[in-house]
Design a protein around this ligand. Structure first.
Ligand code: MRU
Length: 345
C-alpha cells in the first residue's frame, strides 16, 4: 500500500504542517514550535479537516510544553492555558479540536510537576494522532461494506488522509472499497469556495490511482437525476446527539438531493466528532469566513468591490436525511442518540 500524505507530524519537537493552501501544485511544509503559527495555519486552512485540526492543535500544545522556559508549575500551567485558549479560538465548528483540547487540559488540571506535565502532554498528543490512524482504518473497513454493489460514489470537500492524518474517513471508505476490488468509481465535487474537492480530493484520488470524475457543486442534482450517482458519502465536522451533522457548505443540498432521488446519503466520522453535549444541530456554531474567499478565485478578484457577500463554511443535513453514520464503533441507521450512547460504553 502507498504511503499516506502526512498533513501534520511531530518531528524533532517541532510541529510540521503540509501547507494545503499550496496543493496540489506545491508541497511545502511549515515547521514551527510556535503555537501562534499553528493557530494561523488552522485559520487560513493550511491544515484543515476536523481530525487534522485537532492533531495540529495537540502538537502545538506539546511544542508549547516542550519549549517552556519559565519557572514554576503555576507559570507553566498559565502558559499552557493561554495556548489552549488561542487554539480554541481558531475555528469554532470542528468538534475534534475541542475534544483534543479538553484531553490536554485534563492533564494540566491533574498535573503535579512541570517535567511530568511536559512529558504527559507530548505523549498525549502523539497518542491522539496514533488513535486517529487506527480509527480511520476501522471506519474505512466498516464503511466499505456499504458498497458491495459498487457504482459511482459522490464525495464532497476532502475527508481523506489530508483531513485526518491517517487513512481518511469518507475518502478512506472509498479507498478501502476500491482496494477490496469493489466496482466503484468516484464523483468528486469541486467544493466552492476554497476548492478542497478540486485541489485536495482530486490530488488524493489521482495519487491512489482510483478512477474519478471532478464536477462543479451545482452539477450534482443533474447527475443524480440521470442515474449517474449511486451513493453519497461525506465526512463531518460536528455531529449532534440526534445525528444532525455539520459538514462543508453544500453538504445539506447534497443530502436533500440524495433523498429526492432515492440515493443513500452516508456520513463517516470518528466518535471524537460526535458532540453528546448538544441535542441537535441547532446548537452547532457555523463558522463565517472572510468575504474574499468568495470574491476572489486563485488570488484574482472576480467580483466588483462593494458587493455584499455571505460565506458560511459549513451547513447541516438534519439526521432524517442521513441513511447511516459510520464510526469506528459500527454503522448506525437512525436512532443515533441510542447508538452513540451505546457505542460510548
Ligand atoms: O473547512 P475544512 O476544509 O476544514 O472543512 C472540512 C470538511 O468539511 C470535512 O468534510 C470534515 O472536516 C471531515 S474531515 C475527515
Amino acid at each position: 500500500m502507498k504511503a499516506e500524505l502526512k498533513p501534520v507530524e511531530w518531528k524533532n519537537n517541532l510541529v510540521v504542517i503540509l501547507d494545503q493552501t499550496l496543493l496540489p501544485f506545491r508541497e511545502e511544509y511549515i515547521k514551527t514550535s510556535d503555537y501562534r503559527e499553528v493557530v494561523s495555519a488552522i485559520r487560513r486552512l493550511a491544515v484543515r479537516g476536523a481530525p487534522a485540526i485537532g492533531i495540529a492543535a495537540a502538537y502545538a500544545v506539546a511544542a508549547g510544553a516542550h519549549n517552556f522556559q519559565g519557572r514554576g508549575v503555576l507559570s507553566f500551567i498559565k502558559n499552557i492555558y493561554r495556548i489552549i485558549q488561542a487554539l480554541a479560538d481558531s475555528r469554532p465548528t470542528a468538534r475534534n479540536l475541542f475534544w483534543v483540547l479538553e484531553r490536554l487540559q485534563k492533564i494540566v488540571n491533574e498535573g503535579q510537576t512541570v517535567a511530568d506535565m511536559r512529558r504527559a502532554l507530548v505523549n498525549e498528543a502523539q497518542q491522539i494522532h496514533e488513535e486517529q490512524i487506527v480509527t480511520d482504518r476501522y471506519i474505512s473497513q466498516l464503511g466499505a461494506k456499504l458498497f458491495e454493489r459498487g457504482g459511482a460514489i459522490l464525495t464532497h470537500c476532502n475527508a481523506g488522509a489530508l483531513a485526518t492524518g491517517g487513512f481518511g474517513t469518507a475518502l478512506g471508505v472509498i479507498k478501502q472499497a476500491y482496494a477490496e476490488g469493489k466496482a466503484i468509481t468516484v464523483i468528486a465535487t469541486e467544493t466552492r469556495p476554497l476548492l478542497q474537492g478540486a485541489r485536495l480530493t482530486a490530488f488524493e484520488l489521482q495519487k491512489a490511482g482510483i478512477p474519478f470524475t471532478l464536477i462543479t457543486d451545482s452539477m450534482a442534482g443533474s447527475f443524480m437525476r440521470q442515474g449517474k450517482i449511486q451513493a453519497v458519502i461525506t465526512g463531518a465536522d460536528r455531529i449532534a446527539s440526534n445525528g444532525d451533522t455539520a459538514n462543508k457548505i453544500g453538504t445539506y443540498s447534497l443530502a436533500v438531493l440524495a433523498k429526492e432521488h432515492g440515493i443513500p446519503f452516508y456520513v463517516a466520522a470518528p466518535m471524537s466528532t460526535v458532540d453528546l453535549s448538544i441535542a441537535s444541530g441547532q446548537d452547532i456554531i457555523i463558522e463565517e469566513r472572510p468575504a474574499d474567499e468568495v470574491t476572489t478565485l486563485g488570488g484574482t478578484r472576480i467580483v466588483k468591490r462593494g458587493v455584499k457577500v455571505a460565506n458560511p463554511a459549513f451547513d447541516m443535513p438534519p439526521h432524517e436525511y442521513i441513511t447511516a453514520i459510520v464510526t469506528e464503533n459500527g454503522i448506525m441507521r437512525g436512532e443515533y442518540e441510542k447508538g452513540f450512547a451505546k457505542s460510548r460504553q
